[in-house]
Design a protein around this ligand. Structure first.
Ligand SMILES: NC(=O)c1ccc[n+]([C@@H]2O[C@H](COP(=O)([O-])OP(=O)(O)OC[C@H]3O[C@@H](n4cnc5c(N)ncnc54)[C@H](O)[C@@H]3O)[C@@H](O)[C@H]2O)c1
Length: 267
């Protein structure tokens, strides 16, 4: 049976912008109650105003690099609203430079927001889900969690880690026969502004299409979604080609390793 969003409490991190914001509107349109966590209070409040006619929205300013803020906000959500039914771990950042140009703060921030926060936030809401034996957790990784790429080393590391953790969590829920579904998402570049300046012959994805696929994926209890779908062949390619041959094809023929050369990112 499919999961329905109707009358569910949906928490989206990074829900004030990009695909997080669109997924929020789609959850509301499906009859869910929306909870947004974001560090950008202004954008979050504007989002709440924009979506006010769609349903109930609660917003919490949370910097997910802070374990203290995560635990405090989780406590408030549970006390003020109740348990979370669907958790979408979406907030993410990218630095976009060669590794030697990363500061320690760049490394820490990327790993904290893109990787550790997902685990810490899940830890806050999973016990309730286990107790009620119901829930969905969706973790937004990236195709950078499957393919190595210049000017993305730390981002790639953070997303490889998400894929390993998220899909293992799925297996753990299945092994324990829990009615808690874990979906891992690995999209290629999306036109949200986060990766402004990227040049790619593989078409850059439309935010609305990605958001819709994620929401439908949660509804259908999909375990792993890569976008475009043929990214599924990446692992096959890595398995049957030598690293040099894979580099030649993905880097040379498809031009992936040059996509970040003109990266400017979100200003
Ligand atoms: N845009 C892409 O090309 C692309 C591709 C693959 C995967 N992704 C992933 O999709 C997710 C969403 O990306 P997007 O393009 O919509 O990004 P976005 O920049 O439009 O939105 C990210 C949101 O996260 C919030 N955020 C950032 N740091 C935070 C923090 N410390 N605490 C709380 N919130 C914080 C931002 O304020 C923003 O609202 C990210 O995890 C990203 O890595 C994006």
């Amino acid at each position: 049976m499919n999961i329905t969003f109707k009358n569910k409490r949906v928490l989206i991190t990074g829900g004030a912008s990009g695909i997080g914001k669109i997924m929020g509107s789609m959850a509301l349109e499906r009859g869910a109650e929306l909870v947004i966590w974001d560090v950008n209070t202004q954008a979050m409040q504007a989002t709440a105003q924009e979506f006010a006619s769609l349903g109930k929205i609660s917003v919490y300013t949370v910097d997910v690099t802070s374990y203290e803020q995560i635990t405090l906000a989780a406590k408030r959500v549970k006390q003020e609203l109740g348990p979370v039914d669907i958790l979408i771990n979406n907030a993410g950042i990218v630095v976009g430079k060669y590794f030697q140009d990363h500061t320690r703060a760049d490394i820490d921030r990327t790993m904290q927001i893109n990787t550790l926060a997902l685990m810490y936030i899940t830890q806050q809401f999973l016990p309730d889900m286990l107790e009620r034996n119901t829930g969905s957790i969706c973790n937004i990784a990236s195709s950078a969690g499957l393919i190595s790429n210049p000017r993305m080393s730390v981002y790639a590391a953070s997303k490889w880690a998400v894929i390993g953790w998220s899909d293992s969590l799925r297996l753990e829920m299945e092994q324990q026969h829990k009615n808690i579904h874990v979906t891992t998402i690995a999209p290629y570049y999306i036109n949200t502004g986060m990766f402004d300046g990227v040049r790619s012959i593989v078409p850059i994805l439309k935010p609305e299409n990605v958001a819709r696929s994620v929401i439908r994926g949660i509804e259908k209890k999909r375990v792993f979604i890569s976008m475009p779908w043929n990214l599924h062949f990446v692992r096959f390619g890595q398995a049957v080609m030598s690293v040099r041959l894979f580099d030649w094809f993905v880097g040379g023929v498809m031009g992936i390793y040059k996509t970040m050369d003109h990266f400017t990112g979100r200003k």
